[in-house]
Every structure is written in structure tokens, then in C-alpha cells.
Design a protein around this ligand. Structure first.
Ligand SMILES: *Cc1c(COP(=O)(O)O)cnc(C)c1O
Length: 398
């Protein structure tokens, strides 16, 4: 079985009795990250103090970790840097893209995009005040909506709600044929599906690292800039860490002649160290094997759930090739049902208005987990275990 090749559950802290189907939202704690955080806090921060910026190579960490991410998403070294959160990186990529096409005013995105990506675009348009417009079309309509008025196409490859997967190379080619700049958001792609950024030819890509990359809550985002643009792209947020020589303390901003120009301020060292350690888990892991195992698990889950619970309706594409590494079902009482599942150790999540979402992460899930999870889903749905007032109290994070 393919999944055996990538299964390394012993490297993660998974509480006993838990089947974790939410690694698409917050990856579990890698044991190596836990050890590394303690070491960074006690030895580097505690003992080396300010000297650690040099002695422990803290200053180089955003680019060093970027190179680790690059290996996983088919990008060369020196094309990715870490920092900030994904929202900020979306803003930077988009602002840079618009500067590359000053005569065009349209930003094209789709209705399956994650709200923050759209909000950041709206905010950017307002602050630029140059008459840009955010055009949001249905996911199926993206390709045919790209025309010569479009400055930038900004798409999240995997729809956070349905798991619908966009064809990266096709849409990128369509954007380029029309002279538009292509920005991919890989939030639900990096560590989930094979990605080949160089092959795609896209100008920018961004993504977060606390989902499938297990960097921990608030782990910094990454930004990719196509190597031929790295020395000319405008980073939009002109922070001192993106300056050519931050410690020259020049009065005027001059961006670094490398991907480091996309840095903004002081990097989150503890969080980056957790991520850097977590990235070691991917050593020897082939993303093709991860994909094969993820499809095997998600196909099995769909079959088991549909067989047991006719009340749940699949909203993810049925064709696994058109899906990322998550499966979503629509159920009228989805919120309460998810709370009941979580209470029984099967952790997925809920997305308004009625979507129960399950993530598949073959590094720490196997077929046995999937069948057990489906049995618990059946128990909750058929025996109406969700129909309990305490499962209907909506929390701030769903
Ligand atoms: C998870 C996710 C985000 C989160 O952005 P943060 O700034 O890290 O909170 C943004 N965009 C997409 C597409 C996501 O899936």
C-alpha cells in the first residue's frame, strides 16, 4: 500500500483517542518541533541573547526555511522567503503584480477564494485609489474570464470549503496569454498535493505553514517570486528587513537584490524554528506518494460515509483528481454534528453555513483511522447524537 511509504505518525503528538481530520486547518505538533522550541527558547534566546542573531543564524532563517519550502513546491533555492501571515503576503504579491501592469485595472479572483484574500484585495484597491476593481467569478468561470483588461489573476488553488482543485498550469497559461500576472495561493496545497511552481511559470505564490506543513499556530507564511523578477519586483511593504543593508540604517529604502526584499520586519524566531524543525519530517517523502495515499484515504472515507449516512451530501468534487486533500459534506445540522464528532475524538471542522470538513493527511492517518472515523460519523448522524443543546452553542472558532 502506497500510504505505508509516507506514514510517520510516531513523529507527531496525536492525543490518544483522537482521529485528527483537521490537519488542513492546524497541523499537529511534530515531536521534533517541540524539542526544538525548547532548545531555541532556553539555549538560544535564554543563553545567547542578542548574540543569537549572528551566532545562531537567526537573521538568515527566513531565507533558509524558504529554501526548505521551495523543495516541496517545485521551486529553486532563493525564490521563497518566510514572514508575516498569509494575509500580508497576499497583499504584497498583489501590490507587486499591479505595479507590473500599471495600465490594467482588474484583479480577477473566484467566489471559492478564502475571504481574507478578497478582503486584502479590497483594502489594497482602496489605499491605491487608482480605480482598480476586484472581479469575482465562479470557480468554473475563471479561465474564460481572463482577458486583456486583467492585471492579475489571484486564485487559491484548493477551495477551502469544497476542496475543489484548480489546474495550476492551465490557468497560469491563460493568464499569461492575456498578458496578466498570475498569483497562486497555496494555503491548502503546500504539503497536500504535488506543486511545481517553476513548471507553472506563475509570477507569485503565497501560502501558510500551520496547515499541512505543521509549523504551529501563527507560523509565518511564505512568498515565492519567480527568479527572473526577484531583483525588480516592488515589495509594497518597505520594511527594514527587506532593505539591502538593514543595519546600515540608511534614511532611504533600497530593496535587497534577492528574495529577501519581500521580508518586512523582525522574523518570529521561535515560530520559524518550530517550522524549520517540522520541515525535517518531509525528508525522504515523495509528494506523489502523499497524493496517492491522500486519494486512497479520502475515497475510502467518501465511500464509507455515503454508505452509512445518506443524509450527508458530498460537496467536494467526486473525481479525486479535481480535489485537494480534504472532503466536505453538507448537512443541515453540520455545526452540531461536528461538535458531537469532536466530543467523540473525531476532529474535523465546520464552515458556514452547513459544511462539515475533513482533512486527509497521510503522514499520520491510515485506513484504520478512516474506517473508525466513518463509524463515529454514522453513530452521530443515525442516532441523532448531534441533537443536544450543548452542541448547538456556536464557538468563535468553528
Ligand atoms: C488559511 C488561509 C488564510 C489565512 O491567512 P492568515 O493571514 O495566515 O490568517 C489565507 N488564505 C487562504 C486561502 C487560507 O486558506
Amino acid at each position: 500500500m502506497k500510504s505505508g511509504a509516507v506514514f510517520r505518525k510516531e513523529q507527531f503528538v496525536i492525543p490518544s483517542g483522537v482521529i485528527y481530520l483537521d490537519g488542513n486547518s492546524l497541523g499537529p505538533l511534530p515531536r521534533i518541533a517541540s524539542r526544538r522550541i525548547t532548545e531555541v527558547v532556553e539555549r538560544e534566546w535564554g543563553q545567547a541573547l542578542i548574540r543569537a542573531w549572528n551566532e545562531c543564524a537567526w537573521m538568515e532563517q527566513p531565507a533558509r526555511v524558504g529554501d526548505l519550502i521551495a523543495k516541496l513546491v517545485g521551486a529553486p533555492g532563493g525564490s521563497i522567503v518566510m514572514g508575516d501571515t498569509l494575509s500580508i503576503k497576499v497583499y504584497q504579491a498583489l501590490a507587486s503584480a499591479l505595479q507590473m501592469r500599471p495600465d490594467r485595472k482588474i484583479i480577477l479572483s473566484d467566489s471559492g477564494n478564502f475571504p481574507t484574500d478578497l478582503y486584502m484585495a479590497q483594502g489594497l484597491i482602496e489605499s491605491l485609489d487608482k480605480g482598480h476593481e476586484l472581479r469575482i467569478v465562479a470557480p468554473e468561470a475563471v479561465e474564460r474570464s481572463i482577458d486583456e483588461t486583467v492585471a492579475a489573476v489571484m486564485i487559491t488553488q484548493v477551495d477551502y470549503r469544497t476542496g475543489r482543485l484548480h489546474e495550476m498550469n492551465r490557468i497560469t497559461s491563460a493568464a499569461h496569454d492575456a498578458g496578466a500576472v498570475m498569483i497562486w495561493d497555496l494555503a491548502h496545497s503546500a504539503g497536500a498535493v504535488p506543486v511545481q511552481l517553476t513548471d507553472s511559470g506563475c509570477e507569485f505564490a503565497v501560502g501558510c505553514t500551520y496547515k499541512y506543513l505543521n509549523g504551529g499556530p501563527g507560523a509565518p507564511a511564505f512568498i515565492y517570486v519567480r527568479p527572473d523578477l526577484v531583483e525588480t519586483v516592488r515589495p509594497a511593504l518597505a520594511g527594514w528587513m527587506g532593505h539591502d543593508v538593514p543595519f546600515a540604517f540608511d534614511r532611504d529604502y533600497r530593496p535587497a537584490n534577492s528574495i529577501e526584499r519581500m521580508r518586512v520586519g523582525t522574523p518570529p524566531i521561535i515560530q520559524l524554528s518550530a517550522l524549520e524543525a517540522a520541515m525535517q519530517i518531509w525528508n525522504g517523502v515523495d509528494m506523489g506518494d502523499v497524493r496517492a495515499a491522500s486519494i486512497e484515504l479520502s475515497e475510502r472515507f467518501i465511500a464509507e460515509v455515503e454508505k452509512r449516512c445518506p443524509a450527508l451530501h458530498l460537496v467536494s468534487p467526486r473525481d479525486p483528481a479535481a480535489r485537494g486533500s480534504q472532503v466536505s459534506f453538507r448537512f443541515e445540522h453540520g455545526y452540531a454534528a461536528m461538535q458531537a464528532l469532536i466530543d467523540r475524538g473525531v476532529i474535523g471542522d465546520f464552515r458556514a453555513p452547513d459544511i462539515m470538513r475533513f482533512g486527509f493527511t497521510p503522514l499520520y492517518l491510515d485506513t484504520g483511522d478512516i474506517v473508525t472515523a466513518a463509524e463515529v460519523v454514522e453513530d452521530v448522524i443515525l442516532n441523532r447524537l448531534w441533537d443536544n443543546p450543548r452542541y448547538k452553542q456556536v464557538n468563535s472558532v468553528t
